[in-house]
Design a binder for this molecule. Sequence first.
Ligand code: AMP
Length: 206
Amino acid sequence: MTNHNAALIFLGPPGAGKGTQAARLARAHGFTQLSTGDILRDHVSRRTELGREVQPYLDAGQLVPDTVLIALIREYLSELAQAGSVRVIFDGFPRTRDQAAALDALLGELQLPLLLVPLLEVPDEQLVARIVERGLTSGRSDDTEGVARERQRVYREQTAPLVEHYGAQGKLRAIDGTGTMDAVYASLEAELRAADSAGAQEDPLA
Ligand code: AMP
């Protein structure tokens, strides 16, 4: 697989498996995984100023304000860009229309092509059960049944509209997220290869 600048955005409800699959794809294909949930949880556990500010939102399953997330992503991306070529998988960002608009602008500024937006699909009734099971080992304060239900509601209300946003850009690919981890990963890799070779044909010098 070629090694040029590229961005992927993982979409899908909480519990769909975005983090696990994004990590594996990132390792195999030389991407940096940018998980906003992980970054925020790290701040919470280190009790930084940002961590103290965002903790109530995480605990309640609510979204942290857009301004906070957009500033965070802008900083991470400019750091990556200074270090050389940027290959990044966004995991958990964007989550609102305003975040998506800000990211569109940032990708344009950095001349970073959006390769693919995989949408991991898992039926609603499986998602809460998956999160509660994960909660047995994750230690996450938001992996409880009540907060998991709220996170699903927030996803449907604020994040699901992004399916249309990226669909209109021709980048969205729905992936069945109910199979085994290996089966889901195989579908993702197939989509990545297809997008990568389509991109290489558009720009043979890339
Ligand atoms: P996640 O690990 O992606 O499920 O995120 C856990 C929590 O972090 C979410 O429930 C939000 O409180 C917060 N969070 C993560 N990413 C974002 C984002 N892009 N916008 C707002 N809040 C976020």
